[in-house]
Design a protein around this ligand. Structure first.
Ligand code: DC
Length: 235
């Protein structure tokens, strides 16, 4: 009662959650939680501090000690112990290790309070794997955003190429498959749609179409005000 509303957007890597969640938060004027960035920051912390990544206790301790800040405003900067690590966190190295250490129950537990602290008025859009099933189980609005593997890989390829990285589609498909399998098959908070989540497949949809579908799930007094005008999208 009285808790600010949360819209959770979960799904596999590369389904477009980041772009869509950020845009919706901005349009609604709500806070935004990129929970994957917290796992990635912990991965970077583990790498830099030479914490043995297979040691659950040691990684959970690093999670408790991590000094992580998300800058407010549009820059989207992420600071680890005061240093801007935004670009480092986007690397495949951090993504892959994040997925591995995210399987440890003690690590997930250690990061819960940090994630829940983002729930502030007027509302929160939370992007991740277990936002609707664990972290904000009581959220009133839940989406599971997915897309075909090949399309997710194609989008990721464009992103990485834009960053000047030399990768192939086949390599990305392999990486995504491996990460999805690990995220889906882990015992603790596996990647599954919450029972009360609306599943949206973005394979054939533009970013604006996905945003419009999600905004229509919100009560009219919240969603309609910021619905994009879509040329010829019959809904
Ligand atoms: O969304 P992302 O690719 O930045 O997330 C990186 C990894 O972090 C992902 O493969 C699994 C883990 N993760 C998680 O276990 N739970 C979350 N809520 C978010 C991310």
């Amino acid at each position: 009662m009285g808790e600010p509303p949360v819209l959770t957007i979960d799904g596999p890597s590369g389904a477009g959650k980041g772009t869509v969640s950020r845009a919706i938060a901005k349009r609604l004027g709500w806070h935004f939680l990129d929970s994957g960035a917290i796992y990635r920051a912990l991965a970077l912390s583990v790498l830099e501090r030479k914490v043995p990544p297979q040691d659950e206790e040691a990684v959970a301790k690093a999670a408790q000690e991590m000094a992580l800040e998300f800058s407010s405003g549009d820059s989207g900067q992420i600071l680890l112990a005061g240093r801007d690590v935004t670009a480092r966190l986007a690397t495949e190295e951090c993504g892959r290790l994040a997925s591995k250490i995210a399987a440890f129950p003690k690590v997930r537990q250690a990061l819960l309070a940090k994630q829940r602290s983002f729930r502030q008025a007027p509302g929160l859009v939370a992007d991740g794997r277990d936002m609707g099933t664990v972290v904000f189980r009581d959220a009133p609005y839940k989406v599971f955003l997915t897309a075909a593997l090949r399309e997710r890989a194609r989008r990721r390829l464009l992103q990485l190429q834009a960053q000047g990285l030399d990768v192939t589609l086949d390599q990305i498909i392999k990486d995504l498959e491996e990460r999805d399998r690990r995220d889906r098959e882990r015992k603790e908070a596996p990647l599954v749609p919450a029972q009360d989540a609306v599943v949206i497949d973005s394979t054939e949809l533009s970013v604006e179409e996905v945003i419009a579908r999600i905004l229509r799930l919100l009560p009219p007094d919240i969603g309609n005000k910021v619905l994009p005008v879509l040329a010829g999208s019959g809904g």
